[in-house]
Design a protein around this ligand. Structure first.
Ligand code: ADP
Ligand code: MG
Ligand code: ZN
Length: 475
C-alpha cells in the first residue's frame, strides 16, 4: 500500500438523564410519537430553555473519564440550519467555547497500547427523527432536546480496525461510568467517521470525507475500509478526493455521496442569547471527579491483578457493568474469586441477557456464593452443583433448600464407594485386566461407570482412590 489512512471519529452520545437538556420532558425511548414534547422542545415562539443540571454533571463526568481539561467558562451557541426534525431552525450546541478539551483515550491494538487524542467534548441537544414512508414523511419530536455530548477525536487513527477498537473502548468507558447506554441500534451512541489517505511519508493530511451515522460496529470497519480503498483508487487514477459527506449503504456494501461538506460559516453560529454562559466552579468539578465510577480498564486490571483472574476471565467479566458488579458481589461473599469466575463463566453467563445498561441475571450473587460453598464443604459434587443451579434459575430459593428438597447428597462414604467399584471391576474383567497391564486411560472408563451408577453423586477423589487401591495401581 502506497497510502496511509488517517481517521478521526466524531461520536454523539445521549446522556442518561430522566429529562431533556432544556425542558422537563421525559427522555424515555420508544414512547408513542410526539407524546414527550412541550413548547420548549417544539420550538414554539417565546418558549425559553432552562439548562438541566444533571446533564451538565454527566457531561463533565464524560470529559473527566477521557482526561479532558474542564473549562471554567463555556458558552452555548446556536447552530443554524433548516430541517423538518429541527423545529427551532437551530440546534443548541457549543462552538468556540466548549466546556472541555484536550483529552485522550488509551486503546489496545495488537497487544500494544495507543493513546488517541480527544480534541474536545461539548454539550448539545439532539434533533427529532424524520421517517419516510413511501410518498409521505412524518416527524417524531420525542428525541428533540435530548442531551448529547459530542466527543471529537483527533485524526490519530491509522486504520479501520483501530477505529473500531477506539469506538468499542469509548463505548465501554461511557457505559461503565453510567453516562450512556451504548446502544448503537437505538441510536443513543452514534458515530461519524472522517477518513483521508496520504502517500506514505507525507506529513500533510489529505482531503477528508465524512461518513455519516454508522450504526453498528460491523459497519464501522467495512465502511472505513471501503472508503480508504475508494480514495486510494481516486488518487491512483490521478484524481483528487472531493471533500464531502457520504452515507453508507449496508445492503450494497458501498458508500454514496450525500452532499458537499458544509463549513462552519454555513451554520452562522452565534452565542445563544437565551442562555447565560455556563460556569463550572472548582468544587462542582471536584465532586464529579470524586464520584467517578471505576473505569473498565482499571477494573480489568484489578480483576486480573488483585483478584488473580486470568486475563481472559477479567476481559469476559468486565464485558458489562452489571455482570462485573454481580461477579464482584459473589466473589466477596464466597471468598475465592477464581472459583466464582469459573462458575459464572461456565454456567451463569449463558443465561444472562443484556440490553443497554440493563442485564437480566436469573440468580443472585448470594445464591451462587452459597451454592459454591456447598461444593467446598463436600455436601454436593461440582457436577451436582450444576444441577442445583438449573433449579435455582429464576427463583429466590436457597441452594441448601434445593439440595434438601431433592434429597441430593454427595456420597462420601468411602466404604460404599469401594463396594460399588469392586462390583464394577468384577463385571468388566477385560477392561480391568487391560488397565492393570498399563492401559491407564481405562481408569476414566471406570470413573465414568461409577458416576453413572451414582448419578454423579460420588466424591470423585474417593472414587479415584478406591479404584486405584482395588486394581493395585500406584496412588
Ligand atoms: P466538522 O465538525 O466540520 O466535521 P472538525 O474540525 O470538528 O469538523 O473535525 C471533525 C473530525 O475530523 C475530527 O474528528 C478530526 O479528527 C477529523 N479530521 C480532520 N481532518 C482530517 C483529515 N484530514 N483526515 C481524517 N480526519 C480528519
Ligand atoms: Mg463532522
Ligand atoms: Zn420539552
Amino acid at each position: 500500500m502506497r497510502y496511509e489512512a488517517v481517521i478521526g471519529l466524531e461520536v454523539h452520545a445521549q446522556l442518561l438523564t430522566r429529562t431533556k437538556a432544556f425542558c422537563a420532558c421525559p427522555t424515555t425511548y420508544g414512547a408513542p410519537p410526539n407524546t414527550q414534547v412541550c413548547p420548549v422542545c417544539l420550538g414554539l415562539p417565546g418558549a425559553l430553555p432552562v439548562l438541566n443540571g444533571e446533564a451538565v454533571r454527566l457531561a463533565v463526568r464524560t470529559a473527566l473519564a477521557l482526561s479532558c481539561t474542564i473549562r471554567r467558562h463555556s458558552r452555548f451557541a446556536r447552530k443554524n440550519y433548516f430541517y423538518p426534525d429541527l423545529p427551532k431552525g437551530y440546534q443548541i450546541s457549543q462552538y468556540d467555547e466548549p466546556f472541555s478539551d484536550g483529552g485522550h483515550l488509551e486503546i489496545e491494538v495488537d497487544g500494544k497500547t495507543r493513546k488517541i487524542g480527544i480534541t474536545r467534548v461539548h454539550m448539545e441537544e439532539d434533533a427529532g427523527k424524520s421517517q419516510h414512508l413511501g410518498r409521505t414523511s412524518v416527524v417524531d419530536l420525542n428525541r428533540s432536546g435530548v442531551p448529547l455530548v459530542e466527543i471529537v477525536g483527533e485524526p490519530d487513527l491509522r486504520g479501520a480496525a483501530e477505529a473500531a477498537e477506539y469506538l468499542r473502548t469509548l463505548r465501554d468507558v461511557l457505559v461503565f461510568v453510567g453516562v450512556n447506554d451504548g446502544n448503537l441500534e437505538e441510536g443513543s451512541f452514534r458515530c461519524d467517521a472522517n477518513v483521508s489517505v496520504r502517500p506514505v511519508g507525507e506529513a500533510k493530511l489529505g482531503t477528508r470525507v465524512e461518513l455519516k451515522n454508522i450504526n453498528s460496529f460491523r459497519f464501522v470497519e467495512k465502511a472505513i475500509d471501503h472508503e480508504i480503498v475508494r480514495q486510494a483508487g481516486v488518487l491512483d487514477a490521478g484524481g483528487r478526493v472531493v471533500q464531502e459527506t457520504r452515507g453508507w449503504n449496508e445492503d450494497e456494501g458501498k458508500s454514496f455521496s450525500m452532499r458537499s461538506k458544509e463549513e462552519a460559516q454555513d451554520y452562522r453560529y452565534f452565542p445563544d442569547p437565551d442562555l447565560p454562559p455556563l460556569v463550572l466552579d472548582e468544587s462542582f468539578v471536584h465532586e464529579v471527579r470524586a464520584r467517578m465510577p471505576e473505569l473498565p480498564r482499571a477494573k480489568r486490571q484489578r480483576f486480573a491483578g488483585e483478584m488473580g483472574l486470568s486475563a481472559y476471565a477479567a476481559q469476559v467479566l468486565t464485558g458489562h457493568p452489571r455482570v462485573a458488579a454481580f461477579f464482584e458481589e459473589a466473589a466477596a461473599l464466597h471468598g475465592n474469586p477464581t472459583r466464582v469466575a469459573n462458575f459464572v463463566q461456565s454456567e451463569v453467563l449463558r443465561d444472562v441477557h443484556t440490553r443497554g445498561l440493563v442485564a437480566e441475571i436469573p440468580v443472585s450473587a448470594a445464591q451462587v456464593a452459597s451454592l459454591l460453598k456447598l461444593v467446598d464443604r463436600g455436601t454436593i459434587s461440582g457436577k451436582q452443583a450444576k444441577e442445583v443451579y438449573g433449579k435455582l434459575v429464576g427463583t429466590d430459593r436457597s441452594p441448601e433448600d434445593v439440595v434438601a428438597s431433592v434429597g441430593m447428597q454427595q456420597v462420601t462414604d468411602a466404604g460404599a464407594i469401594e463396594a460399588i467399584c469392586a462390583r464394577l471391576i468384577e463385571s468388566s474383567p477385560k477392561q480391568a485386566a487391560d488397565l492393570r497391564a498399563g492401559k491407564t486411560n481405562l481408569l476414566g472408563f471406570f470413573v465414568g461407570q461409577v458416576m453413572k451408577e451414582t448419578k454423579g453423586s460420588a466424591n470423585p477423589q474417593l472414587v479415584n482412590e478406591a479404584l486405584k487401591k482395588l486394581l493395585g495401581l500406584p496412588g
